[in-house]
Write a protein that binds this ligand. Structure first.
Ligand code: ZN
Length: 76
């Protein structure tokens, strides 16, 4: 069964692969170490972004969302 991005994001977090670089009101940045590659996740004026090539919401973003929600408006 294919691991969903949300499930993988949880695993990345529990395995200690996410390192918070900066966290303050309106700004958040972290690095996430995947399988051999490191990507940078950030939240700023332009919203959330990740440096990986995934076109849809990636596991790195899901991992970040588990611990940070600076100004997300979709609290559901
Ligand atoms: Zn990513």
């Amino acid at each position: 069964m294919r691991e969903t991005a949300a499930v993988k994001g949880t695993r990345l977090l529990t395995e200690g692969r996410l390192i918070v670089v900066s966290a303050e009101p309106g700004y958040f940045a972290a690095t996430v170490r995947g399988s051999g590659d490191v990507h940078r996740v950030a939240f700023g004026r332009g919203g959330w972004s990740c440096t990986c090539p995934a076109r849809s919401t990636c596991s790195h973003l899901h991992a970040a969302w588990l611990i940070a929600a600076p100004t997300r408006e979709d609290h559901q």
